[in-house]
Design a protein around this ligand. Structure first.
Ligand code: GDP
Length: 195
């Protein structure tokens, strides 16, 4: 994908009305600190347009990045950050649910999982929840540079098992350092969103 223009067009807080966009949307979900901002930056060919957080779990917003006036990347708030209050967790759930329910243009949901660790309870819950809302998330296994090549397939298999993925569900290993996986993810987005 050639990135010609990017624009952080809409930032929605808890009480904001969500935009009814005309362009297709690709959403990114994952626990805080999983590398979501870094992935979105890599997919936008930018170093730090999406904020890479020193303070995980702080931002509870849904950010819509207009890409080339062709599609949106939708950055969903990260979950599972222990230090936020219960009420923030509830608001977070309500926001994501509202997004999954109301977006008419959502074509693809990526769920990010840290390749080093077994998917957490929250990851499994998130996966099931997205499925419950009518979407089949595609997995991006982040921080692949942290593993030796020889360990990759074992960890990918474990992610598949824990989430009970079927064979057809793609799992893309990705590293924002080496950019491993970026081309494959772009190609996949283009296939799904701009056939
Ligand atoms: P977010 O909270 O999910 O948006 O995660 P960030 O993109 O802010 O990244 C969280 C931390 O993980 C930061 O310190 C990043 O530098 C680091 N990180 C993100 N992606 C990678 C990666 O692919 N490889 C490595 N080694 N570190 C990463």
């Amino acid at each position: 994908m050639i990135i010609k223009s990017i624009n952080l067009e809409t930032v929605c807080g808890i009480t904001s009305k969500l935009p009814q966009n005309q362009l297709p949307e690709v959403a990114f979900a994952g626990k805080s600190n999983v590398g979501k901002s870094s992935l979105i930056n890599a997919l936008m060919n930018r170093k730090s347009y999406a904020r890479v957080s020193a303070q995980p779990g702080k931002t509870q917003t849904i950010n819509y990045y207009n890409i080339n006036d062709e599609l949106y990347y939708v950055d969903l708030p990260g979950y599972g950050y222990a230090k936020v209050t219960e009420s923030v967790k509830e608001q977070w759930g309500a926001m994501i649910e509202r997004y999954l329910h109301t977006s008419k243009q959502l074509k693809l949901v990526f769920l990010l999982i840290d390749i080093r660790h077994k998917p957490s309870k929250n990851d499994v819950m998130m996966y099931d929840w997205i499925v419950h809302n009518g979407y089949y998330p595609v997995i991006i296994a982040t921080k692949s540079d942290k593993l030796k090549r020889s360990q990759l397939s074992k960890h990918l298999k474990e992610i598949r098992q824990e989430l009970s993925l079927n064979k057809e569900t793609p799992v893309f290993p990705f590293s924002s350092l080496s950019k491993q996986g970026r081309e494959e993810i772009w190609d996949f987005i283009e296939e799904v969103v701009m056939p």
